[in-house]
Ligand binder design. Sequence first.
Ligand code: KG4
Ligand code: ZN
Length: 324
Amino acid sequence: MILAIESSCDDSSIAIIDTKDLKEVFYEKISQNEHSAFGGVVPELASRLHTIALPNILKKTKQYFPNLKAIAVTNEPGLSVSLQSGVAMAKALALSLKLPLITVNHLVGHICSLFLNEDIQNNFLCLLVSGGHTQILKINKNYEIQILAKTNDDSFGESFDKVAKMLDLSYPGGPIVEELAKKGKNICNFTTPLKDKTRLEYSFSGLKNQVRLALNDFSKNDICASFQATAINHICDKLELFMKDSECKMLGIVGGASANLALRKEIELLCNKYNFSLKLAPLKYCSDNALMIARAAVLKYKRAEFANLNTELISPVSTDFRRI
Ligand code: KG4
Ligand code: ZN
């Protein structure tokens, strides 16, 4: 078994996976609702809450310690002070239990959320939509990750959070905006960003400004409906440019914002149009969680890719995002 820890942002989570049959042996996550008052994650507060939550979860895993073969932890990318909490705990466990330590890139973890209980596939496109990232990726036949497009400014999930903040709603904004959008109409006439078809990139900051200018003229529900429809339109516009020319025939969607059902529906239509199969993570494991980190760690364990405990392991940006 491998015990994995995830603490890159505002979720404290620990999972244990069986390396042989990939069964989930243990899973728990504590989300930090304390940030909702601030409209975004406050790093120092996140770090303090991790140092309370992680030991509380870890206590429940002691019975499995004799079965552990390795400790895994998210070491990048993320908030440094948040990553630090998980990495400190992982190092302490590895040292005291005399086990190897496996570091996992958080984005690789999100990709692995598509294959929690099965073999990892290759040769597919993957849309990563989270609070920190918006990218179209290609996973090549040899499992290498190629970044085909990314956002120039805000991420898809972050733009939901910022719109929620402008509308005096809580944090995280994604699920709340999606709920209000169901009761509203797409009548604000927002223009889809980068509508000229040639630019293979995303941008959400202009849309955020369109929302700001509409605040006094429309209801919250209509703003949410219009914003969400336009943001999804933007995602699909660019995705289509890659799908229509791709020899891949599978598309995965991962990251916290991949739980958005309106986004899933529009992408499903695109997949039908271009004859792609659509691969989704279970809703419970779209947002940050330690099970996806454990799944990614199984791969590294089999390749004997272990970390050196004496080196600096944390990076706020991705340094190891070349292959699954
Ligand atoms: O993957 P994740 O848990 O954390 C990062 O790695 O960033 O993603 C969190 C992001 C937040 O910005 C949140 O508002 C967004 O995902 N999100 C959603 C939905 N659920 C979560 N965005 C749109 N619609 C949703 N239903
Ligand atoms: Zn994430």
